[in-house]
Design a protein around this ligand. Structure first.
Ligand code: S3P
Length: 179
């Protein structure tokens, strides 16, 4: 790991990590933020704090359309932030022109994984994820494959696309900071 020569964060911008549920957005955001003195935020956590409710409860009580509205609003509340890494939700890139907004306001990074890898990681975690909780275990991988096909036209608008499964923090940092 090599910090920038003057040991400060090498960017003045925002980095948005996007990708499917289970692609490690929060994990990589944490690693990068501690290695490069960037502040870090997890969009779902900010929404839960601001609205004082779990994401699953918001989905259940107010519906997905409402969640997507507040998600877009909370995302834009970062417009003035600098030196910041934001772990988005799995659907953030796909609604309310968020992808365009993120591309205009920072560096977007798509953490790409195969449906098989995602299904394996998500199998034990799907109960608290509203998009997956009603999908039977034996249909999870094919559901993810379908959803990924729908969403990739958004994810692939990212400025940077990395293979998440083989990624190292060094490689991620080099790719971002040389962009
Ligand atoms: C969603 C992913 C979740 C969360 C919400 C909807 C999605 O975020 O925003 O449950 O539509 O893919 P994670 O990717 O952090 O689990």
């Amino acid at each position: 790991m090599h910090p920038s020569p003057d040991n400060r964060s090498p960017i003045k911008s925002k980095i948005f990590l996007i990708g499917f549920m289970g692609s490690g957005k929060t994990h990589w955001a944490r690693l990068l933020s501690s290695a490069y003195q960037l502040s870090y935020a997890d969009l779902d956590d900010v929404i839960e704090k601001e609205y004082n409710q779990k994401i699953a409860t918001i989905f259940k009580e107010k519906g997905e359309a409402y969640f997507r509205e507040i998600e877009a609003k909370v995302l834009r509340s970062f417009s003035e932030e600098q030196n910041c890494i934001i772990a988005c939700g799995g659907g953030t890139a796909c609604y309310h022109d968020n992808m365009q907004w993120m591309n205009e306001n920072g560096i977007t990074v798509y953490l790409q994984d195969s449906p098989a890898v995602l299904a394996k990681r998500l199998l034990k975690e799907k109960s608290h994820r509203p998009v997956l909780m009603n999908i039977p275990d034996n249909e999870l991988e094919s559901f993810i494959a379908g959803k990924l096909t729908e969403r990739e036209s958004f994810y692939k608008q990212a400025k940077i696309i990395v293979d998440e499964e083989t990624l190292t923090v060094q490689q991620l940092a080099d790719t971002i900071f040389n962009t």
